[in-house]
Write a protein that binds this ligand. Sequence first.
Ligand code: CA
Length: 381
Amino acid sequence: MSLNNTRIASIRTHVLSAPLSKPFLWSFNRADKREGCIVEITDESGATGWGECFGPAKLNAAVIEAFTPHLIGKDGFAIDAIWQHLYNQFLDQGQKGLVITALSGIDIALWDLKGRRLNEPVHRLLGGPIRSEVKAYATGTYRLDEGNPLEYVIREVKGYVDEGFHAVKIKIGFDVSSDLELIRAVRSAVGPDIELMIDANHGYDALEAIRLGQAIADLDIRWFEEPVTPDNLGAYEEVRRGQPIPVAGGECDFTRWGFREILQRRAIDIIQPDTAAAGGISECKKIADMAASFGVRYLPHVWGTGIGLAAALQLIAVLPDTPPSYNPKAPILEFDRSEHPFRQAVLETPIEHGGGVVAVPSAPGLGIEINRNALDQFRIS
Ligand code: CA
């Protein structure tokens, strides 16, 4: 017998914002606040599911407002049917970008709702778990307005190592010469046993990226993330051919159709769809299965609140080992350590690491409970 009252009764967005104590920079931007668009869907039973959209919060909320007439009264358990309906309704102007980030938040909230109604964690509904915990790497080392990065970045990276992280990703993409100096200094400060990744946030063109990658071929860098802009796959292919470090990217790419081209052209060695941007849990599972068929690794991009983090963990629990082997290389989790006033505050129980390892939440749905006081505290609309 199927459950009653699964139809969608209401959708609400919570646009949150908080100033940073210290603004920080990456290759093309300076942030003085963190924002988030949290999605709350309630069904006719009164049960609630939570999701998050990556990207500009007010714009995501506006797209969700446009989605709402298409959602009220629909069966909330029919997640794929809802996904396809919204995608088809908006695809003429919405194959990429904000329509898909907003759709991602809806999809995540519906999975959370379904899991709560069925009293099962999402990863069990997706056919898992394949794993119940995951190694995490620390993301940080953004530039500050003041100080010498050769000092404060190294201090920050050493702090992550002291906390137990086995892998750290550092920000580059400012200037090839000073970036090279920083990467060499970090490698020599942490020694050979810590995994290092570099992320240019598409701050280079192909020539700069190739020059940098060739110059640090001997530093055992695990991947070179977003060397060039996501709208130029030809440049990705050039970088992949022209330097020896594996190329990662995909946080600004969307849906199975977007990743189909990346995979067919073998433009990227490690794809990094963001669960809260590329189409949600449903779509990212499809992308992951497609990546496995191409023998390409999949490591989710994560940069939001604990809700997006929980969604990524539910997906990671079912990502296939690539390749399958006796000692498979399990996916690792991006664990953003940069300042975020409500990343953990929106959760009743924060998702923390222990010695650089994070457990997949095993409670129903995404496995988290939302702190409504925090929503009230940080809500701007
Ligand atoms: Ca990145």
